[in-house]
Design a binder for this molecule. Sequence first.
Ligand SMILES: NC(=O)c1ccc[n+]([C@@H]2O[C@H](COP(=O)([O-])OP(=O)(O)OC[C@H]3O[C@@H](n4cnc5c(N)ncnc54)[C@H](OP(=O)(O)O)[C@@H]3O)[C@@H](O)[C@H]2O)c1
Length: 267
Amino acid sequence: MAEKWQQEWRGKWALITGASAGIGLELAKLLAAEGANMVLTARRIDRLQKLAADLSSQHGIRTEVFSADLTRPEAPGEIYAFTANKKIEIEFLINNAGFGAYGNAYKIPAGTMLEMVQVNCSAVVHLTRLYLPGMVQRRHGDVMIVASLAAFQPLPYNACYAATKAFDLLFAEGIAEEVRPHGVRVCALCPGSTVTEFQEVAHQPDRAFKNAETAEKVARVGLEAQAAGKSYVISGFMNRLMKEGQRLAPRSLVTKMAAKMMRASDS
Ligand SMILES: NC(=O)c1ccc[n+]([C@@H]2O[C@H](COP(=O)([O-])OP(=O)(O)OC[C@H]3O[C@@H](n4cnc5c(N)ncnc54)[C@H](OP(=O)(O)O)[C@@H]3O)[C@@H](O)[C@H]2O)c1
């Protein structure tokens, strides 16, 4: 079946953060199948090397891997230097790496929340700021920022995480408008619950993942929206419906309902 984004990134370079698992890994597979070359980054280098080897042999694409821990403020600069030294022109920057932490904000270690802000927000801003000028100068390029359905409302017991994703969404939408006249597209992909390693990493309760989508489907929705020039997209009909419902109800009620649904057992 022909993909809606066919030919969009063929022979060009994409850079994916968080390519070792979940949505990032599925984005890599879909882009490789369409002939995009790829720089894959995350902390788990063994996984990246295996993925890169598989994608290169299956699709005849060029791949590079770079291990980076985005909790380190220096990491985005190191990733940029890696691609610059190899004279790789990044056509498609995918800011996907991220994580959450479930529970009472007054109990989650401060360090965990600060690292979350660093990975989910600061690294996104930094990488985007590094790669965007080249795209604007060339008058073409794409940036995807993986936000979340959680970006649209406060989420008790995931308060810090939802706030980081609201930041991602607003940042993406704002710069999308700025760079559109320069031929550059920016899109925030907003998944609802998705079957990945996220739930385990964040210690999220199962009830929040009852109707979770597959990472492959979410990745596909993101690439379609990117190619269509949308500034954000929510994956899944029920998720879009939920977002519309949230908009109509009073904000305090929406927050109370979310708290009821997500309440931590130790609160
Ligand atoms: N799954 C969901 O329900 C859901 C819903 C909405 C939005 N999202 C968003 O989707 C994005 C992808 O998450 P996912 O669901 O695919 O989760 P995942 O399976 O846990 O994958 C997360 C990816 O981010 C990377 N990562 C995490 N911390 C990192 C760090 N400190 N430095 C560098 N890379 C790091 C991980 O690689 P390493 O561990 O190898 O470093 C991994 O490749 C995230 O931004 C998440 O917030 C997920």
